[in-house]
Structures are given as structure tokens and as C-alpha cells.
Design a protein around this ligand. Structure first.
Ligand code: SAM
Ligand code: SF4
Length: 326
């Protein structure tokens, strides 16, 4: 099938789908006061999600990542995964989670067809973990990573947001984990959002700092052509796993953008830091709206911007990544 292309010729085939905007953690850069918003519109139901994913698969979207908020707060998360995995045309299905329920549900997620899980974990030190997330469940999260591997989920990655206060000992603890486990630990630059401006100013650290530290420790860049996204991966002869870097503030980050996002209430976002929000929910009520839905998405992608404007301090209509499905 001819891939869907935006006005800049970028081929779009990756959908990041938020299934809730709720979360049980209160990460300092995301929801520092916890999930404060009054429950508003309900998140998309299973039938609505089924129609949405079916339509995107018809448009050539073969890669889907379920995110949130915290997707595993939804009691039907395994059913959501099963439904998406069974959608004709979907070849890769991943989940991004804070990991607090992973130890309990990893085998069920694997049986439902989950191909990859990204666990967000910013510190392996219990006190620093608590300061960042507001949660004392570090053991549950690290246990979840190990359980995901034991359950046979094919790809397990750990996302670490770079913050001031992360010292060399912390970096080395994360790298040590990759010595015996086939995981990829990816260090991600903090991004500015509508609600974290002051925090961002105090905490942003360029990914280049970590790049240098990796090189000093004998890590080498792996074939960049192999990565299917903005991450670059590093390998080390003594480590089973890998390290990775994601630098959204670096030049050229958007050139290879292949993704669209849909919020938990069915709003299409053309760019994580864009202004435009296109409501799809009115076209998810019944199966016979599919043609209209396909047409709306086809027309909308032509408005996808060339690049975000984070370098200019503009983060679009994104209050937090939890609200938009980071
Ligand atoms: N709750 C899930 C989790 O934490 O993995 C999924 C949603 S969370 C918004 C997705 C990812 O976005 C997490 O890895 C989180 O660390 C990251 N994130 C949230 N806000 C961010 C920010 N301002 N800059 C960089 N990464 C951010
Ligand atoms: Fe919740 Fe994820 Fe945001 Fe942390 S990063 S507050 S776990 S949505």
C-alpha cells in the first residue's frame, strides 16, 4: 500500500495512542501535583478504539504504541492490547508505562500480542525515584522490567529522562543493568511543555553530555540506519543490552518524523508540540463512518508542520505529555 504522506513528503505509519490521561504517579516534569484535572470526557471505549485503529491500519499505519497518562490504570488494558494486536495491518504493537503494574500483567500482555514495552524509570535510587515520581514503588517497577523479559515480551526498553541531579553513579547503575539484561536504556532529553517551563529551565541537560560519557566508557554508535525513529543506539562488547539517546532539541529531529498522535478522547494531534487538534470521536460512533474518518485523517495530515518550535521556547497546545500521550 502507498504510505500516507504529509506535505513535506514524510511517510507516516506510526500512531501513538493515549488510552487515558489519568496517572497514579506525579513525575516532577509531567504531573507534579498528580492528576488534578476533574474527570471530564470519558476515554475512548474499546469499540471506539477498535474503529480508530482499524481506520489507521487501513491508511497504512502498521506500528502502534499505546500510551497515556498511565495506560495500565485502565482495567481493560490487556483487552485493548489484544484488540489492537488482532487488527489486520498492525505489525508492531508497543506499550509505554511507568511499570507499576507490569510485574502482575506482563504475561497477559504478552499473550495478548504485545511486541514491545518501554518502561519509564528515571532513577534506580529509591529516594531519588520517590522525589521524581512521588511513588515508593521502585521495586515494583524494576521487578516489572525483569518480569517483562521473563514473560518473553520481545523488546524491553527503559526510558530515563535526563535531569539535573543525575550523577555519574546513577548513569553507571543504569548501564550496569544492560550488562546482564538484553534491555535498551534510553536517555531522553527533558522537553519543555506548557506547564513545566520553570522546571525545564532549571533541569534541562543536553543529551550530548551523556553521549560523551558513553564514549568515555567504550560504548560505540550502532548503525544509525537501523533505528526506526529518533533514538540512536550504542553498544558495548561486554554488555548484552544497549544504551540509547533521544535528543528532541537537536537540529533535524523532525526530519524523519513518521508519527501521528491521538489523545485519550480521540483528538488527532499532528505534532506533539503543535497547535492543531482535530476531533475524531464524532466519527467513531459506528462502523459506517469509516470512509468519512479516513478522509478526515488524509486531509488533516497535509497540515502537519515541518518541525516543532521547541528551540524558540514554543511548545504548542501541550500542557503536559500526560495530557497528549507522550
Ligand atoms: N505514564 C507512562 C509513562 O510514564 O511511561 C506513559 C505516558 S508518559 C507521558 C510517556 C513518556 O513521556 C515517559 O517516558 C515520560 O518519562 C516522558 N515524559 C513526560 N513528560 C516529559 C517531558 N517533559 N520531557 C521528556 N519526557 C517526558
Ligand atoms: Fe504519569 Fe507517565 Fe507523566 Fe510520570 S511521566 S506522571 S508516570 S504520565
Amino acid at each position: 500500500m502507498e504510505p500516507l504522506r504529509d506535505a513535506f513528503g514524510r511517510s507516516l505509519h506510526y500512531l501513538r495512542l493515549a488510552v487515558t490521561d489519568r496517572c497514579n504517579f506525579s513525575c516532577v516534569y509531567c504531573l507534579p501535583n498528580g492528576c488534578q484535572r476533574a474527570p471530564g470526557e470519558q476515554p475512548l471505549s474499546l469499540p471506539e478504539l477498535g474503529r480508530l485503529v482499524g481506520a489507521f491500519a487501513d491508511l497504512g499505519f502498521w506500528k502502534i504504541r499505546v500510551t497515556g497518562g498511565e495506560p495500565t490504570v485502565r482495567p481493560d488494558i490487556c483487552e485493548i492490547v489484544r484488540r489492537i494486536a488482532a487488527t489486520p495491518g498492525v505489525r508492531k504493537l508497543g506499550l509505554t508505562t511507568n511499570g507499576y503494574r507490569l510485574a502482575a500483567i506482563a504475561p497477559a500482555l504478552r499473550d495478548a500480542g504485545l511486541g514491545s514495552v518501554n518502561v519509564s524509570l528515571d532513577s534506580l535510587d529509591p529516594e531519588r525515584f520517590r522525589q521524581i515520581t512521588g511513588s515508593s514503588q521502585l521495586g515494583a517497577v524494576t521487578g516489572g522490567v525483569e518480569r517483562a523479559l521473563e514473560s518473553g515480551i520481545p523488546s524491553v526498553k527503559v526510558n530515563v529522562v535526563l535531569l539535573q541531579g543525575m550523577d555519574d553513579a546513577e548513569i553507571d547503575r543504569f548501564l550496569a543493568w544492560t550488562r546482564r539484561l538484553p534491555i535498551e536504556v534510553r536517555f531522553i532529553e527533558l522537553m519543555r511543555t506548557g506547564e513545566n517551563g520553570a522546571f525545564f529551565g532549571r533541569n534541562h541537560r543536553p543529551a550530548d553530555e551523556i553521549r560523551r560519557k558513553l564514549e568515555q566508557r567504550g560504548w560505540a554508535l550502532l548503525d544509525a540506519g537501523r533505528s526506526e525513529g529518533p533514538a540512536v543506539s550504542y553498544g558495548h562488547p561486554d554488555h548484552l543490552g544497549r544504551a540509547g539517546l533521544i535528543a528532541p532539541h537537536s537540529a533535524g529531529f523532525c526530519e524523519s518524523c513518521n508519527r501521528l498522535r491521538v489523545s485519550s478522547t480521540g483528538e488527532l494531534r499532528l505534532c506533539l508540540f503543535g497547535e492543531r487538534v482535530i476531533p475524531l470521536r464524532p466519527l467513531l460512533r459506528s462502523d459506517d463512518q469509516r470512509d468519512e474518518l479516513l478522509e478526515l485523517v488524509r486531509m488533516s495530515v497535509l497540515q502537519k508542520p515541518a518541525s516543532h518550535l521547541l528551540q524558540e521556547g514554543r511548545c504548542g497546545a501541550t500542557p503536559t505529555l500526560a495530557a497528549t500521550g507522550g
